[in-house]
Design a protein around this ligand. Structure first.
Ligand code: NAP
Length: 414
C-alpha cells in the first residue's frame, strides 16, 4: 500500500481488487472521495448519508463503505499548495473506484480543467451518462418517460485533446506554411487552429465498453453517432472502427442494421445486439422524435458532450443527471453540474446528480439492491413533492426543502 501525507486510510476498510472476471468487492470497501468545491460539501454530505443507508439496509448491516477523503481543487491548495496533488491521483489508482463532487476551474491563467486532467492522467477513456426520467420531474417535452438512454462518450481525444494554437501565433504561422508547402492546403492566414485526433485505439476501447454494457444489460442496440459525412477520416473512421470492432470481437452477439435488412427481412434475430449508426445532427432530432428507438449511444468526445446535455434537458435538466468517467484501471463517479459557488454552504441545492452518480457507483460495485433502494427513494421523494428549490420552482404550490432534507426524504422512502 502506498504511504500518504494528508490522506488517512480508514481502519477496518478493505481494498477493492481487480480480477480477470471483474471487480472483487469486499463488504467494507475503501472508496476515496473528493468532496469538491462550492456546493460540493453540501451535496457530498447528503450523498454519503444516502449511500450509507442503502448499503446498510440492503445487507442487514453487513456492508458499509469505508470513505477515505482525498483532496483536489480548493481543499488541496491549503494542504499541498497544488490543486491536483499526486497522492490524490495515486489514491484513485490504488483504490480503483472513487466518488467526486464538482471542482472549480479557474478561468484563464493557463489552468487546464482539473476534470479533464483527471480523465487524461488516469486514462478514464469513457464518460458514461445514463439518462432516464423520474416521474414528477418537470420536463420540457410531452413524453419524457420515453427517454432511457445511456451515452458512452469518448473522453480523451477529438478537439478536446487540448492541442490548439492562437490566431496570429508563431506556431500557427509555422503550421500554415507547413500545410501549404508540404500538403498543398490553404487556410485563411488569420485562423486559430485546433487539432482533432481520433484513433482506432480510442474508438475501439470506447465501443468495446458500450457493447459489453449492452450485452450484460440485455439492451437492444448500440448506435454510433458521428459526423462522418463531413469529416471522413476522424468521425467517419469512428463509425467504421466501431463496426469493425463489433464484427471482430462480438461477431456472434451483435448484428449490424445493414445485415438485418440484407439477411433477415428487417427484423433483428433474437438475442443479438443491433449495431446502428446515425449522423450527429439527425441524432439530435431522433432523441426528440423517436426517443424510444435508442438505448445506448457511443460517440466521439464533442458530439457526446452536446448530446448528453441535450438528453438530460429532455428529462428535466442537469440537476438530476449522473455521470462517471471509466477506464480499464479505475472509475471516477461524479456530479455532472459545476460548483454553483453562489449557493455554497447554504444547504440549498439539489444533490440528485451526485446521489445518482453514487447509484451508478453502487451498480459498478455489484451492489444492485442498494442501488435500487436509492432509486426507489428518489422516485418516491419526487412523487411526494419533497424536492429542492430547482425542481420546486418549476412545480405548482411546492415548498422547497433543503439539500440535507432531500437526502433524508430519500432515506425515509427506501
Ligand atoms: P454550475 O456550477 O453547474 O452552475 C450553473 C447553474 O446551474 C447554477 O447557478 C444553478 O442554477 C444550476 N445548478 C448547478 N448545480 C445545481 C444543483 N446541484 N442543484 C440545483 N441547481 C444547480 O455551472 P457554472 O456556474 O458555469 O460553473 C461554476 C464552476 O463549476 C466553474 O468553475 C466551472 O469550471 C465548474 N464546473 C465543474 C464541473 C465538474 O467539476 N465536473 C462541471 C461544470 C462546471 P440557478 O442559479 O438557476 O439556480
Amino acid at each position: 500500500m502506498a504511504s500518504y501525507e494528508n490522506v488517512t486510510v480508514p481502519e477496518g476498510g478493505e481494498r477493492i481488487e481487480r480480477t480477470d472476471s471483474g471487480l472483487k468487492v469486499p463488504d467494507h470497501p475503501i472508496i476515496p472521495v473528493i468532496e469538491g468545491d462550492g456546493i460540493g460539501p453540501d451535496i457530498m454530505r447528503a450523498t454519503r448519508k444516502v449511500l450509507d443507508a442503502a448499503a446498510e439496509k440492503s445487507s442487514d448491516g453487513g456492508r458499509k463503505i469505508a470513505w477515505m477523503d482525498i483532496y483536489c481543487g480548493d481543499s488541496a491548495m491549503g494542504r499541498y499548495g497544488d490543486v491536483l496533488p499526486d497522492e490524490s491521483i495515486e489514491a484513485i489508482r490504488e483504490f480503483i473506484v472513487a466518488l467526486k463532487g464538482p471542482l472549480t476551474t479557474p478561468v484563464g491563467g493557463g489552468f487546464r480543467s482539473l476534470n479533464v486532467s483527471l480523465r487524461q492522467i488516469l486514462n478514464l477513456y469513457a464518460c458514461v451518462r445514463p439518462v432516464k426520467y423520474f416521474p414528477g420531474v418537470p420536463a420540457p417535452v410531452r413524453e419524457p418517460q420515453k427517454m432511457n438512454m445511456i451515452i458512452f462518450r469518448e473522453n480523451t481525444e477529438d478537439v478536446y485533446a487540448g492541442i490548439e494554437w492562437e490566431s496570429g501565433s508563431e506556431e500557427v504561422k509555422r503550421l500554415l506554411s507547413f500545410l501549404q508547402e508540404t500538403m498543398g492546403k490553404e487556410i485563411r492566414p488569420d485562423s486559430g487552429i485546433g487539432i482533432k485526433p481520433i484513433s482506432p485505439t480510442g474508438t475501439k476501447q470506447l465501443v468495446r465498453m458500450a457493447i459489453r454494457y449492452g450485452l450484460e444489460h440485455k439492451k437492444r442496440s448500440v448506435t454510433l453517432v458521428h459526423k462522418g459525412n463531413i469529416m471522413k477520416f476522424t468521425e467517419g473512421a469512428f463509425r467504421d472502427w466501431g463496426y469493425e470492432l463489433a464484427a471482430e470481437e462480438f461477431g456472434d452477439s451483435t448484428i449490424s442494421e445493414n445485415e438485418i435488412w440484407e439477411k433477415h427481412d428487417g427484423r433483428a434475430p433474437k438475442g443479438r445486439l443491433v449495431m446502428k449508426d446515425r449522423i450527429a445532427d439527425s441524432m439530435f432530432q431522433q432523441i426528440l422524435t423517436r426517443t424510444e428507438d435508442y438505448d445506448i449511444l457511443a460517440t466521439p468526445n464533442l458530439n457526446g458532450d452536446y448530446l448528453s446535455d441535450a438528453c438530460a434537458a429532455q428529462v428535466g435538466g442537469l440537476g438530476m443527471a449522473p455521470g462517471a468517467n471509466i477506464g480499464d484501471e479505475s472509475a471516477l463517479f461524479e456530479a455532472t453540474h459545476g460548483t454553483a459557488p453562489k449557493y455554497a454552504n447554504q444547504d440549498k441545492v439539489n444533490p440528485g446528480s451526485l446521489i445518482l452518480s453514487g447509484v451508478m457507483m453502487l451498480r459498478h460495485l455489484g451492489w444492485e439492491q442498494a442501488a435500487d433502494l436509492v432509486e426507489k427513494g428518489i422516485g418516491q421523494a419526487i412523487l411526494d413533492k419533497q424536492v429542492t428549490y430547482d425542481l420546486a420552482r418549476q412545480m405548482e404550490n411546492v415548498t422547497p426543502i433543503k439539500t440535507s432534507e432531500f437526502g433524508q426524504a430519500i432515506i425515509d422512502r427506501m
